[in-house]
Write a protein that binds this ligand. Structure first.
Ligand code: ADP
Ligand code: ADP
Length: 235
């Protein structure tokens, strides 16, 4: 099932064209990779999907309905969650507290204070375990986890709070080979669980193994949108 359909979307800031003629789709259980160098328009694309900016051209369809999000909250309410590179985590707070941080603004979950601490700890542990991360201690400050594990916690949190579409902003960019591997496995898990994933990266070697579709941005323009069967990865 197609969740998000992007049709010839563009974004102008005054005279500056940050993005033009971008088309792709996000389906349940698929990973859509958005590739491009600095200045290609990746951030602009994310912000439109996440409701932080509004497109000025083209059509964004969510569940078949033309949509323009006025703010990030509206995107979250239809299940589009964004994990930004600079994760919104508080390093000195325990993992479980970070997992439930901001839950008062998430749909369908009661205020943070009304949730029982044991429930939050257990849930954090089991949700991470379900995605393949076995944390010995959810009491440890999240700052003690590796960068890869922190990305995974942020993804698990979005999944738990009802995301249908996960937008991942360069989740492997700041990581070494091993930690990137952890995150890529995690992306595959999210896909298995039926989420639509938008994986923003400048690294084709990270995108290729987990991706189902690939859209390449260059200087704000789409160089095409291809299913995996139509691409090869040059050495
Ligand atoms: P990327 O994330 O791929 O590096 P961006 O989406 O940040 O690319 O930027 C794409 C282009 O749009 C760049 O030329 C950038 O300077 C321009 N741009 C982005 N945001 C704005 C803005 N708010 N006002 C004017 N130009 C912008
Ligand atoms: P990031 O790369 O962290 O996503 P950017 O550096 O692209 O963020 O942009 C930071 C902020 O500055 C954003 O709100 C973006 O829209 C804005 N911005 C980016 N490029 C320009 C520009 N050329 N002129 C004005 N604003 C810009």
């Amino acid at each position: 099932t197609t969740i998000v359909e992007v049709q010839d979307i563009g974004k102008r800031y005054g005279n500056i064209i940050a993005l033009s003629d971008v088309s792709t789709s996000v389906k349940a259980g698929e990973v859509t990779c958005v590739l491009g160098d600095n200045g290609a328009g990746k951030s602009t694309f994310i912000k439109i999907l996440a409701g932080a900016h509004q497109h000025t051209d083209g059509t964004l369809l969510v569940d078949g309905e033309p949509t323009t999000f006025a703010n990030p909250r509206q995107a979250l309410d239809v299940g589009i969650a964004t994990v930004y590179q600079d994760l919104a985590v508080v390093p000195l707070m325990p993992v479980w507290r970070n997992f439930f941080l901001g839950s008062e603004v998430r749909k369908g979950v009661g205020p943070f204070k009304s949730l029982d601490m044991d429930f939050m700890k257990k849930t954090t542990k089991s949700e991470l375990a379900a995605m393949g991360i076995d944390l010995r201690d959810v009491e440890q400050p999240i700052g003690t986890l590796s960068g890869g594990e922190r990305q995974c916690v942020a993804i698990a949190r979005a999944v738990y709070f009802g995301a249908r579409v996960l937008i991942l902003d360069e989740p492997t960019a700041a990581l070494g080979v091993k930690q990137s591997g952890v995150v890529l496995k995690y992306i595959a898990k999210a896909r298995e669980r039926g989420l639509g994933v938008v994986f923003i990266t400048h690294n084709p070697h990270h995108a290729y193994p987990v991706g189902d579709r690939f859209m390449l941005l260059r200087r704000g323009k789409s160089m095409g949108d291809y299913p995996k069967s139509e691409i090869t990865l040059d050495e």
